[in-house]
Write a protein that binds this ligand. Structure first.
Ligand code: PLP
Length: 287
């Protein structure tokens, strides 16, 4: 079956989907993106992703290429064309195409690209049964991590380091020894007294849309939680740990560097939150 992408006004075969060599995303990483999960053919937490996209665009003063209403229609058309019932849709907006020059170009339309990806499953049975490993690395990123920018080189390096260490993710650590977040996920622990902990959202982390939904679910279920930094040492001593993102939901972590987390099995609260989030994604979180 042909697979299509959307590029600046046209649905084109995926193999022909190209942008101009002077697109500012390509030359300066001058753009933003979102990844939205598709479950049962519907978009999970779509409004949360659009709200964050709006914020990212505003912070960088990039104009909308199409209105949010039209963007929603385009996403649905591409998902329909590619018959994706389970997977993700990637959307990228850059400042547009202009002769290479650092300052903002004038009278240039922003670029929009949409790509879908099918996923058989969002996690392997082994990942869910045994949990995954994360490593810790220094956080070498800029100080506007709240913007979902396509400038991802530190995360590319971090993920590669994780893969080479046999790990699923790398948790980035600030100069005070506190975990900021994963390279493409937010980081969570459950302390020995059962409190759920994740870092508060400011300029030092990306405020995950999944993170926000998990916090909402925790609140609704009466789960005690704290939004605060936690150290690598505290994470080593935690009862449970997990990561969250649109494409992994809640993924249990059972090893951090060379330490075993808790009893080495995915924790009960992580499991409860994963199931709770999956139910939410299939029902009231989907549109
Ligand atoms: N933190 C970073 C650095 C990310 O890149 C991502 C997702 O790509 C997340 C957190 C999780 O965000 P979300 O739950 O919106 O996917």
């Amino acid at each position: 079956m042909a697979r299509y992408a959307y590029v600046n006004g046209r649905f084109v075969p995926h193999t022909d989907a190209v942008v101009h060599v002077e697109d500012r995303g390509y030359q300066f990483a001058d753009g933003v993106y979102e990844v939205v999960t598709i479950v049962g053919g519907r978009l999970v937490d779509e409004q949360g992703h659009l709200d964050r996209l709006t914020r990212s665009l505003n912070e960088l003063r990039i104009a909308w290429p199409v209105s949010p209403r039209v963007l929603k229609i385009l996403m649905r058309r591409l998902i329909g064309l590619n018959r994706v019932t389970q997977g993700t849709i990637y959307l990228q907006i850059t400042r547009g195409v202009a002769p290479r020059d650092f300052k903002f170009p004038k009278h240039v339309e922003s670029s929009l690209v949409l790509i879908t990806k099918r996923a058989g499953a969002f996690a392997t049975p082994a990942q869910l049964q045994d949990g995954v490993k994360v490593i810790t690395i220094p956080d070498i990123r800029w100080l506007r991590r709240d913007i979902k920018s396509v400038s991802l080189l530190p995360q590319v390096l971090g993920k590669q380091q994780a893969v080479e260490a046999g790990a699923f993710e790398a948790w980035q650590v600030d100069p005070d020894g506190n975990v900021t977040e994963g390279c493409s996920s937010n980081a969570w622990i459950v302390t020995s007294d059962g409190t759920l902990v994740t870092r508060y959202a400011n300029n030092l982390i990306l405020n995950g849309v999944t993170r926000l939904s998990i916090l909402k679910l925790a609140q609704e279920s009466g789960i005690r939680f704290e939004e605060r930094p936690f150290s690598v040492e505290e994470a080593y001593a935690a009862r449970e740990a997990f990561v969250s993102s649109a494409s992994t939901f809640v993924m249990p972590v059972t090893r951090i560097d060379d330490r075993t987390v808790g009893d080495g099995k995915p924790g009960a609260l992580s499991g409860k939150l994963r199931h709770g989030y999956l139910d939410y994604a299939r029902e009231r979180g989907a549109s």
